[in-house]
Write a protein that binds this ligand. Structure first.
Ligand code: ADP
Ligand code: MG
Length: 613
């Protein structure tokens, strides 16, 4: 046979990638490539499912049978688990006041009304009793009847200062009233509104936002609160900022509880010393202490706290998965990032949240003993094709990256995946240096999910990957840079007035009130906090002097190098150090994808020639 068919398989944390090629003495011809999501933890036998699926797809693309493959080469995958967590610096829980969830965008009337809550049924019999009332109107009442009952009460001299309506009738009722009052409508859980309590209703003019209830001192004025009570209620005010309307009810029977969440601390263990940092000190303090420590050996989390739970849990998981003792497993890296975390307020009736400052952590555990030989044995048995462990992932990545037109050694690769950011380089004497750092694409998605209070991982992933637009009219959309484009066909009605994600095919309207500018800036900050930080951290580790100015060329690889703005952010930052950085174009066709798989195929050819020569 003058050639062999070789498949290179890269099992990553997120993706399993394949390259299939005909490898001859003098020539390698790539036939196909494919990518599937990795099944199970990288480097464990659970990967087999994804690997065989990927092989089948790639073989059929190459128009060959699985058994035509002469050799499968897999990467020397070290089992690594990355995990993410977020923790609040502190949290105040208030149970003393309630807010009501409603649609704040279509109220009736304008102004502030303060009074005692009363059901509309009871209003029918009320005479003037020197009390101000807020009327509570369930959806069984028609707006004509509501207006009639309120107008009648007005004529008896009853003081009504505001209304809370279950149906979307705010404007309809308002138009029929003889005296105008602020009305909040679409309060779905109206039965939860306590009756006979002090309440405040505020409605702003269209295009404006409420001023009193969104200000702690406004609330204290309305409800006549002491400084201590004002402090307790501050998160309520904060969570109402930016709304066009709001209702706050004072429920004095509730007890006031203040709770400080135990974020805990971590101990960074170095070769000669260790340092303890509290999560409360914030991300910067943690990363500064880490940097001062130098080489990291292990990290421990304080037991009984969230930090401890996360770090020790990771070690336990990997121990269970690989059947090893917990003492053989180490936490090899940690990335801390300041974040804004939505926190539920105990006084809220419909899951309203207040945004609190916190810290997001990414960490990685690793074991020295590897189970990859088990994976390769199982694979060989299952597919009946010879399988070998082809080489260290970082080395294969460099080999693959060097197929990018215009590159030559020495280069430094920066592989930006889902769970980790890896760097590798080889010097002229053939000495390799690699770095595997916690925090990559998944952490960006988590930050976006949290800071926009989405509670929807898939939507956050989409916001990360695509640019935004704002639909101004049925035919006009404003882009992120401010330009306005015209569409020949009308945009779907449900996108009107909304910020949308501009996917390749179609638009996804966002269920958010935040302006486009704010969503964009949260997206970009999340990317910067993770990738610009990790790019610098990983490059410092692979350069013997630790000074990244000694690097000339950086080639970016991996799924996150496909991002529409991450490579540019990194290039701009590295430019300051005189580094030329760009994303790879593996084999001149694959972009930043398939580098490791390609490297596995190519390194087999090199070996064969060496033997022949
Ligand atoms: P691994 O090598 O660890 O298996 P990958 O190289 O497959 O990881 O990268 C996975 C990451 O790439 C995920 O965080 C995913 O969100 C991100 N990603 C994939 N495609 C894109 C894209 N088009 N734009 C931005 N990020 C992307
Ligand atoms: Mg990878």
């Amino acid at each position: 046979m003058s050639y062999e068919i070789i498949a290179g398989i890269d099992i990553g944390n997120s993706s399993t990638e394949i390259a299939i090629a005909k490898v001859g003495r003098s020539e390698t011809k790539f036939l196909s490539q494919h990518l599937v999501p990795t099944t199970g933890v990288k480097g464990t036998v659970d990967n087999l499912k994804g690997v065989s699926e990927c092989l089948k797809a790639a073989s059929s693309k190459a128009d060959i049978e699985l058994l035509d493959i002469n050799l499968i080469r897999i990467n020397h995958a070290v089992p690594v688990i990355g995990d993410l967590t977020m923790d609040l610096i502190s949290e105040t829980v208030i149970t003393e006041s309630s807010m009501i969830g409603h649609n704040p965008d279509t109220p009736g009337g304008v102004g502030l009304g303060v009074g005692t809550t009363i059901l509309i049924e009871e209003l029918k019999q009320k005479l003037n009793d020197n009390t101000d009332y807020i009327v509570v109107i369930p959806d069984s009442y028609d707006y004509e009847i509501v207006a009639h009952v309120i107008n009648k009460a007005f004529s008896r001299g009853v003081s009504i200062t505001g209304a809370v309506v279950q149906k979307d009738d705010g404007t309809l009722i308002h138009n029929r009233l003889e005296k105008k009052i602020p009305i909040v409508d679409e309060v779905s859980m109206i039965e939860k509104v306590p009756i006979g309590m002090m309440a405040a209703v505020e409605v702003a003019l269209p295009g404006h936002v409420i001023r009193m209830l969104s200000n702690p001192y406004g609330l204290s004025t309305v409800f006549d609160l002491s400084p201590e009570e004002t402090k307790q209620i501050a998160p309520v005010a904060k969570s109402l900022v930016g709304n066009r309307s709001a209702v706050v009810i004072r429920t004095p029977q509730g007890e006031i509880v203040e709770r400080q969440i135990e974020a805990g601390s971590i101990t960074l263990i170095g070769e000669t010393s260790h340092v303890n940092v509290a999560i409360n000190d914030g991300a910067k303090q943690m990363m500064d202490s880490y940097k001062e420590l130098g080489t990291l050996v292990d990290i421990r989390g304080e037991t009984g706290t969230n930090a401890g739970g996360m770090l020790n849990g990771l070690v336990q998981d990997l121990a269970d998965l690989t059947g090893q003792h917990m003492s053989d497993i180490y936490i090899t890296d940690i990335l801390a990032v300041d974040a804004v975390i939505p926190t539920s307020i105990s006084g809220a009736m419909a899951g309203e949240v207040s945004m609190e400052t916190g810290v997001a952590l990414a960490s990685m555990v690793k074991t020295e003993k590897v189970s990859i030989n088990k994976v390769s044995e199982h694979l060989e048995k299952k597919l009946k094709v010879p399988v070998e462990v082809g080489g260290v992932e970082a080395e294969m990545a460099v080999t693959g990256a060097l197929t990018t037109p215009g590159t030559e050694n020495p280069i430094v690769i920066l592989d930006m995946g889902g769970g980790s950011t890896d760097a590798a380089t080889v010097d002229r004497r053939g000495k390799w240096r690699t770095a595997h750092l916690a925090g990559a694409g998944d952490m960006v998605t988590m930050l976006i999910n949290s800071e926009l209070a989405l509670q929807d991982h898939e939507l956050a992933e989409k916001i990360k990957k695509f640019p935004l637009g704002k639909i101004l009219s049925l035919f006009h959309m404003q882009l992120e840079d401010g330009t306005i484009i015209f569409s020949e066909t009308p945009y779907p009605p449900q996108t009107f007035g909304r910020v949308v994600i501009r996917e390749e095919r179609g638009l996804t309207p966002l269920p958010l009130k935040e302006p486009l500018e704010k969503i964009r800036s949260i997206r970009r900050e999340a990317k910067r906090k993770v990738f610009v930080t990790n790019a610098k951290r990983s490059l410092e580790q692979v350069i013997p002097t630790g000074n990244i100015r000694h690097i000339s060329f950086v080639v970016m690889l991996g799924g996150s190098a496909l991002d529409f703005e991450i490579p540019q952010m990194i290039s701009e930052e590295l430019q300051k150090y005189g580094i030329v950085a760009g994303f790879a174009n593996v084999r001149g066709t694959q972009g930043p994808r398939n580098a490791v798989a390609t490297g596995l195929v190519l390194s087999s050819k090199v070996k064969e020639e060496a033997v022949d020569g």
